[in-house]
Design a protein around this ligand. Sequence first.
Ligand code: S3P
Length: 456
Amino acid sequence: MSENKTLTTFKVKLAPVIGTEITVPGDKSISHRAVMIASLSNGPCVITNFLAGEDCLSTMAAMEQLGVKIERHENQMVVHGIHGKFKAPEKDIDCGNSGTTMRLLSGILAAQPFTSRLTGDPSLSKRPMRRVVEPLEKMGAKLKTEGDKGCPPITITGGNLKPIEYRTPIASAQVKSAVLLAGMLTEGDTTVIEPARSRDHTERMLEYFLVRTRREGNSVTIHGPQVPESRDFVVPGDISSAAFWLVAGAAQPGSRLLIENVGLNPTRTAIIDVLIRMGARIREVIEEVEHGEPSGTLDVQGANLKATVIGGDEIPNLIDEIPIIAIAAALAKGKTIIRDAKELRVKETDRIAAICTNLRAIGVNVTEKDDGMEIEGPTIFRGTTVKSFGDHRIAMAFAIAGLFCEGEMIIEDTECVQTSYPGFHDTLVEVQKGKGWLNRRTHVISAMPPKKKKNE
Ligand code: S3P
């Protein structure tokens, strides 16, 4: 079965022991930032291994709508930066399913002297935007949301901002980045202070593009106005995509899996700490720090997992991995407790509800909590039909559950996987072939699709 837009279900069966080496496509968070910061820079930037998933393509299309010229090549693109000054868009900017596009772009547009309107698909239209509206209004931009309780669409009239010191009520890389990007284009010192450290790709990338920032503990200050220096950038593999295979390998005694060229930024690797606490055997080898981001190889050997407790400051650094951690927990001996993760309720879907519904359907004893869940294991999953709830990470987590099921797991509505992981299904098929595949590599090529024609 090949993966394309018409593929709407995954069918997965119990897999033999895994023995293979894989790579995963480019990091989603880093790809968004690379195309945005290169667009704001003062010249051409070559970006390699950009994730050609739908979310990042929404960001790329938004940059083009704002006047940025982007040349597409095989696994590379050249972004012609326009010195921090965008052109007013002729129509609404469609952010698709991507919260990162809408929130980071809100920060950039708050500093541009024109009006723009950001829209999204039905899932994005239900996601909270007050978290970026509030600080950007404090800086002096005018933002109006049209949905219920501060949900999209958002209309932004920007320009003439003043710097602020802002304490974010939640640890959110998207909020922090929106304020820092607005601050970069604003005269004076803008500071963001977080209650716990969220992923720091924006800070690292700004530093790499020679934008001066000051970091102390959970506080970041940017002195504006500054324009990023045009430079080339290589996007490492996405640890959030690797996480699916990490669990597939870690939870099966006898398996051995190498995941190469994966981003190992410490604000993203809490999944490794959690799996090690659960008894997994994982070796992390940082091979390079290229363009400000560490990357390397993960070497996983399967084991019988045991339960753990996950909460507190660890949550922001594994928030996107909780769907697949829930699968690991259901395979582990004992009761795993996940708490302080209420943010999951406002992701692409209510992930706490979606995980609990699907876990129950496959025979797992799970208790839903307001801010997390308690999962009892070990369970041999019952193969059945589950829904993706239109959420890429729910679809992929339950596809991995299928590798451990009796019978057949059918996951419906899996087109959403394209938002973050084109090629996931091809690797799933290969992994199901088992150990004989050792030493063959899959290289997931994220080739650039051609630019959409007007009215397409
Ligand atoms: C992201 C930050 C996280 C994460 C999202 C991507 C980013 O969200 O869940 O998938 O690229 O900045 P929050 O910043 O809202 O926690």
